[in-house]
Write a protein that binds this ligand. Sequence first.
Ligand SMILES: NC(=O)C1=CN([C@@H]2O[C@H](COP(=O)(O)OP(=O)(O)OC[C@H]3O[C@@H](n4cnc5c(N)ncnc54)[C@H](O)[C@@H]3O)[C@@H](O)[C@H]2O)[C@@H](O)CC1
Ligand SMILES: Nc1ncnc2c1ncn2[C@@H]1O[C@H](COP(=O)(O)OP(=O)(O)O)[C@@H](O)[C@H]1O
Ligand SMILES: [K+]
Length: 490
Amino acid sequence: MIGLYTAEEIRAAEEPLLAETPPGTLMQRAATGLATVCVRLLHGVYGRRVALLVGTGNNGGDALYAGARLAARGARVTAVLLDAERAHPAGLAALRRAGGRVRRAEGPDVRDLVARADLVLDGILGIGGSGGLRPVAAELSTAAAEGAGLTVAVDVPSGIDAGTGAVDGAAFPAMHTVTFGAVKLGLVVGEGRAHAGQVHLVDIGLEPHLPAATAHQLTDADAAARLAPPSATDDKYSQGVVGIVAGSTTYPGAGVLCTGAALRTRPGLVRYAGTAADGVRAAWPEVIVTDGRPGDAGRVQAWVVGPGMGTDAAARSALDEVLATDLPVVVDADALTLLAEDPGPVRGRSAPTLLTPHDREFARFGAEVGADRVAAARRLAADLGCAVLLKGEATVVADADGAAFVNGTGTPWLATAGTGDVLSGIAGAVLATGPRAVEAGAVAAHLHGRTGQLAAQRGPLVAGDLVRRLPEAVGRVRGLRPDRLGDSEA
Ligand SMILES: NC(=O)C1=CN([C@@H]2O[C@H](COP(=O)(O)OP(=O)(O)OC[C@H]3O[C@@H](n4cnc5c(N)ncnc54)[C@H](O)[C@@H]3O)[C@@H](O)[C@H]2O)[C@@H](O)CC1
Ligand SMILES: Nc1ncnc2c1ncn2[C@@H]1O[C@H](COP(=O)(O)OP(=O)(O)O)[C@@H](O)[C@H]1O
Ligand SMILES: [K+]
């Protein structure tokens, strides 16, 4: 698992490391790592035009030292100083010694210089920044985005909140972020995720000083550990039997998609109860189907309740029946709407319970999500005493005790009707194998995102494509290299 940290946690960990290393050591390690990644991304350095956007803090120092290394290898490097009197003096001297040039940000043709660069390095603000970019920095960031060159953020894209991913005003739009010591939470969630692009982690020796992370991102290997193939001693009942309460005569498709997703994730045994019984039976002859109540379906190890089932009295009664069991439950869609009116039945549960709202469903529980998505998911989880999976570009899963996961897989092509029904079916199948609800949610979101990436390789996807390609995605998750972070190409 990849630990995700706030700026405060990073600063606390840096303190003892700074004390035990000679002055400047960490910045040299950071700049060396940064320059190495830039060389790789540029495919050659000699003659390349590099613009450094340099702020007043150590983040600017990192950019200047990395720029000096690139200049020493023949790049044409220009530092653009946002506050000429306060730029890192030793970094500036190093850049000049290596043949780099220095300009003020207010200069007449600086915007063009940035727009024409092969590489723009954002050393404006690091974890010491607060609030959005000021006007000159914002304008140069826009020039970098509009130019044809690579945009690379140093440690964090300037203007994002490193701990939450919130953007208040303008922020640097990076294609890549080279981050030091540990991955900051704000690089993988909220608006920060899109601003950070692909994240590269540079080791500066911080790891022994880092606290245990309270937020994580799963790798393929982590997810694969929860998607183990059946063993020789397994039978159809022993792999976690899933019960689905979804769909209706009005929306049979939700029942078909949700049931199919559970079956394709963990094809031991899936049971279905609901009024979309005919549709489910026709689509999935492998499933044991009843058009009666959940209790008529037979024994299961976990329930999924909600997608497309409606919000009438019969739906309420089915939800109450499922929540009154001592079995793990995934609560999605219409069941969330019902639950928001009266969350009582969830508060008293001791079995694993996972709620899977999107933003609008989340807001029905009393408060908007806001810019800090991890905090929002943690808040609702603590309030209800269960796990909450908050869907979005980067899905967040949080538990009542504060443990959180930020999903790193997926594609915007998933923003299409029915993909949420598929997610809850996957989550039910994973939950039936016995993990904590928060962990089941994280694994489900990871697999769902990988399936989306796989399906999107062939163009626009619909939810049914996800169901069809789930077995292949499970196989890929088992075999893919585990070290790719938020890489939508993988
Ligand atoms: N502390 C360490 O041990 C290391 C720090 N490193 C680098 O140092 C960075 C943190 O450096 P600093 O603490 O100097 O802080 P930053 O470089 O992040 O910037 C802080 C400066 O920006 C100003 N500022 C804050 N918000 C602003 C805004 N919205 N607009 C304009 N100016 C603003 C502050 O007044 C302060 O002068 C890290 O992100 C990393 O890049 C690395 O060199 C590795 C080692
Ligand atoms: N822009 C996006 N980028 C990546 N994933 C997205 C994006 N928008 C939505 N998704 C994902 O698509 C799914 C949509 O679920 P949901 O809103 O419940 O749809 P539905 O109710 O139609 O099934 C979620 O898993 C969500 O994380
Ligand atoms: K930066």
